[in-house]
Write a protein that binds this ligand. Structure first.
Ligand code: ADP
Ligand code: VHF
Length: 377
């Protein structure tokens, strides 16, 4: 795939039939950190324009914690996880009520979907989310997605919604991803640093970022900063989806293809969506170490990981959890979803399928990681 020009990428964003827009807490709040209804209304108006012209729009919105801490009587975003989760439970409803009113002015319905990384890397849940989103879009609804903060476990939560938005863009087969934040573009260094310059176009987000310095959040409410936004642009790029990153007040022009913010070109034709979830959605819970033969087969790209080629298992995980597949010298070869709980695996190591069936029973005559659930790294 040859690298498109900046103008071509912007034109493809303007022409996108399905678009995923992610808005960060920092774009929905006042300097104090509390929700700013005027900002939320302006965003809804910009998205409504696209929807009313026939576009399919998915909004990934942060802001549950920001919406909840004022009503609970706190003067800043709580720092401990349990209070954040409780605050999100209060704030999420308030946030949705505001969106309902804001979109309702344009006769547009919204629908809430709360997602945990843990749910959606499982095949059945993944398909459920996909089916529901497709149906909502067919019905003309604007789905509004957030991480299910109140239930997400600390170890495998997305935390910010940047990566989640890129995975959702992939899942709904979007033609554009729009990342809205509190800066108007990606800069060559955090904008507070003197001499930092706006980057208009990133033709290859995989390898062209050597001269750009990024840091974490600059606001009281945001979490990931530019680091997670670049990660999102990278996930979108390898899914064949262009990204535009800008401030929320530029949402309308950005979606129209005007020269605002930073655009990132897709670097690859579209890949399989679920594999991307396995590759990016969650941190592995354990490791299966394999021998040289299995390593070669896995590197070849089309093999499942069989117990016969597995040497050791580390970590504590359940069937369906993400795991690393490592070579004997500790190199990460792939990520995959385990087919068995970690405590079932030691008795299976080194055994071929016939032996597994004979000694352990037919339910063990399966790969440790099926090739459909394996992504090379
Ligand atoms: N190279 C960079 N270019 C632009 N912004 C940067 C850069 N490095 C760090 N940042 C910071 O990233 C912040 C946006 O991230 P964040 O606060 O997490 O926003 P959000 O709530 O929208 O997710 C900006 O306000 C800026 O301070
Ligand atoms: N899910 C959380 C998102 C937390 C957050 O700050 O995210 P972001 O502003 O996108 O960096 C919430 O709704 O508060």
């Amino acid at each position: 795939m040859s690298t498109p020009s900046q103008a071509e990428v912007r034109r493809s964003i303007a022409a996108a039939g399905t678009i995923v827009v992610k808005v960060g807490s920092s774009s929905l709040t006042q300097p104090s950190g509390h929700l700013d209804p005027a900002k939320l209304d302006a965003l809804a108006a910009a998205l409504a324009q696209v929807r009313l012209m026939g576009g399919r729009v998915v909004l990934v919105s942060s802001g549950a914690i920001a919406a909840g801490f004022g009503p609970l009587g706190f003067d800043s975003r709580p720092a401990d996880v349990a209070t954040q989760q409780a605050t999100a439970a209060v704030g999420q409803g308030l946030l949705m009520a505001r969106y309902e009113t804001a979109f309702g002015r344009f006769g547009i319905r919204v629908g809430q979907i709360l997602i945990t990384a843990e749910d959606t890397i499982r095949a059945t849940q993944y398909r459920n989310v996909q089916r529901t989103l497709d149906r909502l879009l067919d019905l003309g609804v604007v789905p509004i997605i957030n991480e299910n903060d109140s239930l997400a476990s600390n170890e495998i939560r997305f935390g910010d919604n940047d990566r989640l938005s890129a995975l959702i863009a992939n899942l709904v087969r979007a033609e554009a991803l729009v990342l809205l934040t509190d800066v108007d573009a990606l800069y060559t260094a955090p904008p507070s640093q003197p001499g930092s310059r706006r980057v208009e176009y990133v033709p290859n987000v995989i390898d062209a970022l050597g001269d750009i310095t990024v840091s974490g959040s600059g606001s009281k409410v945001g979490t990931g900063g530019m680091v997670t936004k670049l990660e999102a642009a990278r996930v979108a790029a390898v899914s064949g989806i262009p990204t535009v990153l800008t401030c929320a007040s530029n949402a309308g022009p950005a979606m129209m293809g005007d020269p605002v913010g930073t655009v990132f070109a897709p670097v690859k034709a579209r890949g399989s969506s679920r594999r991307l979830w396995i590759g990016f959605a969650a941190e592995p819970r354990g490791t299966i170490m394999v021998d040289a033969g299995a390593a070669a087969a896995i590197r070849g790209g089309r093999a499942s990981l069989l117990a016969a080629g597995a040497l050791e298992v580390h970590g504590n995980f359940s069937a369906g959890d993400p795991v690393w597949v490592d070579s004997e010298d500790g190199e990460h070869l792939a990520r995959g979803l385990a087919g068995f709980d970690s405590e079932e695996i030691p008795q299976m190591l080194g055994r071929n399928t016939a032996q597994l069936k004979r000694f352990l029973g037919p339910e063990y005559a399966h790969p440790l990681v099926h090739r459909d659930n394996l992504v090379l790294v």
